[in-house]
Design a protein around this ligand. Structure first.
Ligand SMILES: [Zn+2]
Length: 270
């Protein structure tokens, strides 16, 4: 079974190519059984004619969908971050997608700490965009995720893209540095949008780097992600093939392609 992390979904009138129907077509084409989906951020809803909120929209869209698992997003303009997280749990979502550069929050800021605290209490998984994203780097440096892991030892989270080409080593250091104490494993690597297909792009991780992740952090801390709709079926199929040909064990490959994510989110895997 293949269970992929990290896809973005949009109402059709906001971004047609990012619709849930298109996501399902992509899953079919790539032979992927299940995936996790995040709604787009609040600004996209606010500039549209939608009167609902992203989490509410996603919740309604996913009723009756057995293979797509929702994650929520928090609104940093809300009065209470704790209430934001509570609502995400009430919708039955498994986790929270957070993007420090896009949402313009500090990874180690007061408001974000309120989010981590409540997510830890409720057992919600957090998925962070990790790496540059055209925002001041000092607030989003991957090393700041070490503060999250140290302060919230029972919170599980992933570093998507593992810092990309620029911050790979720093992100790997955060994973290795937090491999003792608290809930284990706690910090995960998101193998998302990291293709080497066209040379070393901003997000590329090489085969050698991927094999190094497994060597240094073990076989249970890596999650394959789609980044739909920003990545298409050809890209995703190329990556799945690449992962299958890495010099790592078959068990590690099964884990990356879904077994670990199923375990972490408590989803049936067969
Ligand atoms: Zn993404």
């Amino acid at each position: 079974m293949i269970f992929a992390h990290h896809s973005h979904v949009f109402p059709e009138d906001i971004k047609e190519e990012g619709s849930i129907d298109n996501l399902k077509r992509l899953l079919d084409e790539c032979g992927i059984d299940k995936c996790v989906a995040f709604p787009c951020f609040h600004d996209r809803f606010e500039e549209s004619s939608h009167t609902d909120k992203p989490n509410e929209w996603l919740y309604n869209q996913l009723k009756g969908e057995n293979d797509i698992y929702g994650f929520g997003i928090v609104d940093f303009n809300a009065k209470s971050m704790r209430d934001e997280v509570d609502r995400i749990a009430d919708y039955g979502f498994k986790g929270i997608k957070m993007h420090p550069a896009y949402q313009e929050f500090d990874i180690d800021g007061e408001k974000s700490f309120e989010v981590y605290q409540r997510a830890e209490e409720l057992g919600l998984f957090i998925t962070f965009h990790c790496g540059m994203h055209w925002h001041r780097l000092r607030g989003v440096r991957p090393i700041l995720y070490d503060e999250v892991a140290w302060n919230f030892q029972n919170l599980r989270f992933s570093l998507e893209h593992l810092g990309g080409y620029h911050f790979f080593n720093e992100s790997l250091a955060v994973m290795c540095n937090n491999s003792r104490g608290g809930v284990q494993p706690r910090v995960f690597a998101g193998w998302t949008s990291i293709s080497d297909k066209n040379g070393n792009g901003e997000w590329t991780l090489t085969n050698e780097q991927l094999e190094t992740i497994i060597l240094q952090t073990g076989e249970e801390r890596s999650l394959f992600g789609l980044d739909f709709p920003y990545k298409n079926a050809d890209y995703i199929k190329y990556e799945m093939e690449r992962f299958k040909n890495l010099n790592i064990s078959d068990n590690a490959k099964d884990n990356i392609l879904g077994k670990t994510l199923a375990k972490v989110l408590d989803v049936n895997y067969d």
